[in-house]
Design a protein around this ligand. Structure first.
Ligand code: HEM
Length: 423
């Protein structure tokens, strides 16, 4: 499965200079622990005016997108769920302005039904039984290959050498990218994350991805294979009363939607999870012999300190009241996923990371019709990544000779490092 001619990246792709400014734009290095302030806001009320950037005194990279709109945030679970579930009142069209240079004409995150449903169902099989099998085939071999590189050393920064090196690899391989081009793909994927790059940088990244993928699409048209691109090329869509095969433009648009959504989120989650486990040695030790705890350890991490603090902002299409606050039509509303996931009205002792708590739904993957398409892929990747580490590296522990890691970021959360030792 793994191409032996693959270019080895000496440095973890996440460490590359380009990730730092993009992460910084969305709050990395500026906000470490947002939760005390989120709890304070929640105590004052479930909905507030302003953006999350305003509330944390971080320069708002989205201010120029909606210069005249009133802004609101939700920090209560019920109110966040209300916004995410009601796509008529809270439209995704608001973020078209932010996503059109990223995704081109097809935007899952920036559209409402029926257009949204049309494109979502087109790409759905990539996440069904067939698609999941294709994604998962790349996961364990890649993880083992990464561990082969550093196992004998007895220590590593697992964020750069493990976490950051696999989700982009998996998505890129699933799309037919050559292994040697994957570091470049990672760079493009980062530039395509909403608000993480300037419009010009994001547009340039999209055009590069499109050029690259056009060749793969043409190849699969000439000689179809048993892979996700060939399968998607067979998908039919009904437009203006007529059925036709997916067009190249539509397929390229969908690929640009998947790439950023499926890369940063997963490796950052794994990094945050590993820091959380290394800081809890007794739980980590328990995991070695109690693998049934791995799924709840992942789910609870997503609730407690997930990688996405706020859902893509919504546009209020009419005057509406949420949590007792009047929101005028035309306002931009940020649904605060992370704040909702620690709402004491919904979860007992919400500030504590407790994988033994009763398992129940949370909003880490959002809810409603825009619920994360890759949730199953992400779960599979995260569970396999933890199990593979436990299989291969005995007595995993924090490397205290290195700078202590921190979790940082506002819109997107990530660790500064994952210094670990074993053996
Ligand atoms: C732990 C990892 C992940 C987290 C926490 C996460 C979270 C999210 C969130 C919060 C949204 C926004 C939904 C909304 O607007 O209401 C989203 C959308 C999306 N995610 Fe994920 N995601 C993860 C991994 C993935 C992966 C691995 C993929 C694909 C391979 C993926 C594909 C998507 C897509 C396509 C959307 C747009 C859905 C739509 O608008 O209909 N995600 N995700």
């Amino acid at each position: 499965m793994i191409d032996s001619n693959e270019n080895k990246t000496e440095k973890g792709v996440g460490e590359a200079a380009w990730e730092q400014p993009t992460a910084h734009r969305t709050g990395a290095g500026q906000v470490t622990d947002p939760y005390p302030h989120l709890a304070e806001l929640r105590r004052e009320g479930p909905v507030h005016s302003g953006s999350f950037f305003n509330h944390f005194n971080v320069p708002d990279p989205t201010a120029e997108v909606w210069p005249d709109a009133k802004r609101f945030i939700t920090v209560g679970y019920a109110e966040t769920e209300q916004v995410l579930k009601d796509n008529v009142t809270f439209s995704n069209a608001g973020i078209r302005k932010m996503t059109e240079y990223v995704f081109g004409s097809v935007s899952l995150m920036g559209s409402d039904d029926p257009e949204h449903r049309k494109f979502r169902s087109l790409v759905q099989p990539a996440f069904g039984r067939y698609g999941l099998g294709k994604w998962s085939a790349f996961v364990a071999p890649r993880l083992n290959q990464l561990i082969d590189r550093f196992e004998d050393r007895g220590s590593a920064d697992l964020y750069f050498e493990y976490c950051a090196e696999f989700p982009v690899y998996v998505i890129a391989m699933t799309l037919g990218v050559k292994p040697k081009d994957i570091p470049q793909f990672h760079e493009w994927a980062t530039m395509l994350q909403i608000a993480a790059a300037t419009p010009d940088e994001a547009r340039a990244a999209r055009l590069s991805v499109e050029d690259y993928m056009r060749e793969i699409i043409n190849d699969r048209r000439r000689s179809p294979r048993d892979d996700v691109i060939s399968m998607l090329l067979e998908r039919e869509i009904e437009e203006d009363g007529e059925k036709h095969k997916i067009t190249e433009k539509q397929l390229l648009g969908l690929i640009c939607n998947l790439l950023p959504a499926g890369s940063g989120t997963t490796y950052r989650t794994l990094g945050i999870l590993l820091v959380t486990l290394l800081e809890r040695p007794e739980l980590l030790e328990q995991l070695y012999d109690n693998r049934h705890l791995v799924p709840p350890v992942v789910d609870e991490l997503l609730r407690w300190n997930g990688p996405v603090l706020v859902a893509p902002p919504r546009l209020a299409t009419c005057d509406v009241t949420v949590g007792g606050v009047h929101i005028p039509a035309g306002s931009i509303v940020e649904a605060g996923i992370a704040a909702a996931n620690r709402d004491p009205a919904e979860f007992d002792d919400p500030e504590t990371y407790n994988p033994h708590r009763e398992r129940r739904a949370n909003l880490a993957f959002s809810t409603g019709s825009h619920f994360c398409m890759g949730a199953k892929v992400a779960h599979m990747e995260l569970i396999t990544a933890i199990n593979t580490l436990l299989d291969r590296l005995p007595r995993l522990r924090l490397d205290e000779s290195k700078t202590a890691p921190e979790i940082t970021g506002l819109w997107y959360r990530m660790p500064t490092s994952v210094p670990a030792k074993w053996g």
